[in-house]
Design a protein around this ligand. Structure first.
Ligand SMILES: [Zn+2]
Length: 343
């Protein structure tokens, strides 16, 4: 049983952990798998090769990764300039930026988890290139790369893909992490995220995977039951700073985490996965440490973590699972994907 408040140093907020609230630990139930394997190609999928999208454009017969401008963008270079008339207290401006979609593979049924390590490395390089290209645009202050996976987070098309929002502002979470990292560095001369890695290594119980250059852990201050951070061990403000060796190490650790997630309930594990990267507004972000965060919405195979009074109403998380217990569950799982094991 864990019952305490834990400080989230990157978000600078308390997380209430009341792990005695949970009735019983998960006891092995799994979701029924889809009756048949999904096909490689689906005629009415707007992400499959050679298919026509709503914009009228046709996808190329791509063989690896395919990047295109989102047909339903939330931000665009030519966003409308005729804005709402507002009183002085309100502000309004054009939604300038670039929104893109990155298809990981032409194969409709694959997931990031099932990509070969070399394909994941290739994807990391595409993310590097997109961050640099979009970040260089004068109107873009931050590049948010993220994947929403699974119906639990509202994604109905399983075709493996992520999205990029290159916006004319810095997202709130990044802004907070940047400020916390900067202030910590000014106060101590140290990199905040390095100290978090050091603390996780010293404890050891919450480390999910690790190699020479990368590490994955379920942080002490996790807000979601199966929240996992994946990071290079060396500090880089963005993914762009990673060397070939670090890309390979990062891909290996990332793949291990993804496989464990799927093995947990023997199902494609749903998540929201943002890359936390430094803004591209020309500021000094030497104290920022690039990492990926997984925010899985499920606590059990059929049980969502509902955001309610404390989270939506108050803005702080109440977690009814303990990070140590959940990390132990993930650590105990095999590194071989359940589908590979069956086949
Ligand atoms: Zn498809």
């Amino acid at each position: 049983m864990t019952w305490e408040e834990r400080w989230h140093p990157l978000r600078e907020e308390w997380v209430i952990v009341a792990a005695h609230r949970q009735n019983r630990p998960w006891s092995g139930e799994t979701l029924a798998l889809p009756a048949a394997d999904l096909p490689d190609y689906v005629e009415d999928c707007y992400l499959c090769p050679r298919n026509r999208r709503v914009s009228g454009q046709t996808n190329p017969d791509y063989e690896q990764i395919f990047v295109f401008d989102n047909d339903h963008p939330s931000v665009a270079p030519h966003a409308p300039e005729n804005l709402s008339a507002v009183p002085e207290i309100y502000q309004v401006r054009p939604a300038k930026g670039v929104a893109r979609v990155v298809c990981y593979s032409p194969r409709h049924h694959l997931t990031l988890t099932e990509l070969a390590p070399a394909e994941i490395e290739n994807l990391l390089r595409v993310w590097q290139a997109q961050y640099v290209e979009l970040g260089a645009r004068p109107e873009v202050e931050h590049v948010l790369i993220f994947e929403n996976k699974g119906e639990a987070v509202g994604v109905s098309n399983p075709h493996p893909h992520c999205q990029i929002y290159a916006n004319n502002f810095v997202f709130k979470t990044i802004e907070t992490e940047v400020r916390a990292s900067r202030e910590y560095h000014a106060r101590t001369g140290k990199i905040l995220f390095q100290e978090i890695i050091r603390a996780e290594q010293a404890d050891g119980r919450r480390i999910i995977a690790e190699n020479e250059t990368a590490i994955a852990f379920l942080p002490f201050f996790a807000r979601y039951a199966y929240e996992v951070f994946v990071a290079p061990k060396k500090s880089h403000p963005s993914i762009d700073g990673l060397s070939d060796e670090e890309i390979a190490g990062f891909a290996e650790v990332l793949k291990k985490v993804l496989v464990k997630f799927d093995n947990l309930w023997r199902m494609p594990f749903p998540y929201v996965m943002p890359l936390h990267q430094a803004p591209t507004d020309g500021g000094d972000y030497g104290a920022f440490h690039f990492h990926i965060e997984f925010h899985p919405p499920l606590r059990k195979p059929n049980l969502l973590k509902y955001l309610a009074g404390p989270e939506i109403g108050g803005g702080n998380f109440l977690s009814d699972t303990s990070a140590e217990e959940k990390a132990a569950e993930l650590r105990a799982l095999p590194d071989v994907h359940y589908k590979a094991e069956a086949g």
